[in-house]
Write a protein that binds this ligand. Structure first.
Ligand code: SF4
Ligand code: SF4
Length: 495
């Protein structure tokens, strides 16, 4: 066992209002520079929809992440030898059209136009060519068109539904869309790190943040293709790749990342997880339907004295162990099993987790019975979209993993209704708790962290000091020999 610490995040999707404040906060700090105009390290997508860059989930188009060959894992993009042979030609890159052509407006025309009979307008101007342009796409072009015949019908995850369900979905159109905020997942088995021929991408030992050395990057852009989430971007101005850095300079001074800090819905929870780094390769190669459970298995119990002793031996700082015990991410992911990884079948072991959306629930109350029979898809637990859609998004197709989450979310809803309105029969509550395999105490704890928690409960990461860094404990060469991929030797920091 090799204990490592990872800073991880949970997004509670029922609370996201799709305001994009997170995206703007991130853009203002990190990508408001020449060459990065089209980049959104944090973006918010509307689902069903095709996302940003368009159809990023479709690996038959982009070849990101890992695939299983027999019992072994290999990069979907290429083998090491093939990668080197094709180093000057990478056909799996998204084009600017897959992202969108960034633009600005000629605002000066509004005030400087000569007097005339017509109202002056601010024409859109391409930030790539500097010429006037017609806007045809944007970073969330699906927004408010979720369910439209143009965008949502191309959603990758709809392949999991029957023709009848798809038809139903588009009749309901505006009822069903929800928002999906995305940043780099700071994966445990990152495709971007493995695809980089120069070893410019590395994972920090002390908190697992994945970074690109601006000194070592040679612009091969294999990382852009190797990341199945399309969360590495190429800067056309500097000729280097860039990505979300989880605001580590802010974190090192005890501040939350900008997206977290600015989140209007308070949907984000940031905390530390301890995990067993020795089992990553083996776990990532397990069958699809086991991947959610496997990911939970990798996360270690910070209350277990043996785990803590090993963590200390492996160089994890006492403050980080302490933070892992109070981690809201640990509670959502491991203890309550409510938060799920995004597309675990990409096998990068992402360290961001999502509580799938439940609301609004189409239920009826009659004589103390809470009936979900009115849900549009006749599904006993998932109110507004078929369970298979969420299973495709969050559980590599394993419907049981998602059903378990929904049973618990519904039980919390019933528990709170009973507390505040008191019109539900005790039998109904008992049945819901039994089905969720939960207790009133757990329901109350979930409710409190979901609805009432303050900043200090949602953000539990200690400020980092230099002595907490443990990169040097890693033996990158040994790790590469063992697994074929791994942590690169950390270069001098250049941010
Ligand atoms: S999500 Fe982040 S860490 Fe994971 S493969 Fe993509 S860029 Fe790398
Ligand atoms: S700021 Fe928060 S609520 Fe608004 S879109 Fe971003 S994640 Fe959602």
């Amino acid at each position: 066992m090799k204990v490592r610490a990872q800073t991880a995040m949970v997004f509670h999707l029922d609370k996201c209002i799709g305001c994009h404040t997170c995206s703007i906060a991130c853009k203002n700090i990190w990508t408001d520079r020449s060459g990065s105009e089209y980049m959104w390290w944090n973006n918010v997508e509307t689902k069903p929809g095709t996302g940003y860059p368009t159809l990023w989930e479709d690996q038959s188009k982009y070849s990101g992440g890992w695939e299983k060959r027999g019992n072994k894992l290999r990069l979907r993009l290429h083998s090491r030898a093939k990668g080197l042979a094709n180093i000057f030609h990478n056909p799996r890159l998204p084009s600017i059209d897959d992202y969108y052509e960034p633009w600005n407006y000629r605002y000066g025309d509004l005030t400087n136009a000569p007097a005339g009979n017509d109202q002056p307008v601010a024409r859109p101007v391409s930030m790539v060519t500097g010429r006037e342009m017609e806007i045809e796409a944007g970073p969330n072009w699906d927004d408010d068109l979720g369910g439209s015949g143009i965008y949502a019908t191309n959603d990758f995850n709809l392949a999991a539904l029957t023709a009848e369900e798809r038809q139903q979905l588009f009749i309901l159109e505006r009822l069903v869309f929800f928002h999906l905020p995305r940043i780099c997942n700071h994966c445990l088995n990152p495709g971007c790190v493995a695809a980089c021929p120069t070893g410019a991408i590395y994972k920090r030992g002390e908190d697992g943040i994945v970074l690109v050395s601006q000194e070592k990057c040679r612009a091969w852009r294999m990382c852009v293709s190797g990341c199945p989430y399309k969360k590495v971007y190429y800067n056309w101005g500097t000729g280097k790749s860039e990505k979300c850095i989880l605001c580590y300079p802010r974190q090192e001074t005890g501040q939350a990342p900008a997206c977290f800090h600015s989140c209007v819905g308070r949907i984000r929870y940031l905390g530390t997880l301890l995990y067993d780094a020795d089992r990553i390769g083996e776990m990532a190669a397990r069958p699809d339907h086991e991947l959610v459970d496997v990911q939970r298995e990798l996360i270690l119990d910070p209350f277990d004295p043996a785990v803590c002793a090993k963590a200390r031996e492996d160089g994890v700082h006492e403050a980080i162990i302490e933070a892992a015990r109070k981690s809201p991410v640990y509670r959502f992911v491991k203890e309550w099993q409510l938060a799920l990884p995004l597309h675990p079948e990409f096998r990068t072991i992402p360290m961001l987790f999502y509580v799938p959306p439940l609301l609004p629930v189409a239920a009826t109350m009659e004589n103390g019975w809470y009936e979900l029979g009115g849900a549009p898809f006749g599904d006993p637990v998932a109110g507004r979209l078929p369970i298979r859609y969420f299973a495709s998004l969050f559980a590599a197709g394993n419907e049981n993993s998602v059903t378990t989450v929904y049973r618990k979310l519904l039980a919390v809803r019933l528990h709170r209704r009973q507390e505040t309105v008191g019109d539900i029969m005790a039998e109904t509550i008992k049945r819901a708790l039994d089905e969720a395999e939960s207790t009133p105490q757990e329901m109350e704890a979930i409710y409190r962290l979901t609805s009432l928690s303050g900043f200090a409960e949602r953000h539990v990461v200690p400020p980092f000091q230099r002595e907490m860094a443990i990169e040097t404990v890693l033996d990158p060469l040994k790790r590469k020999e063992e697994t074929g991929f791994g942590f690169s030797r950390p270069p001098k920091r250049s941010w």
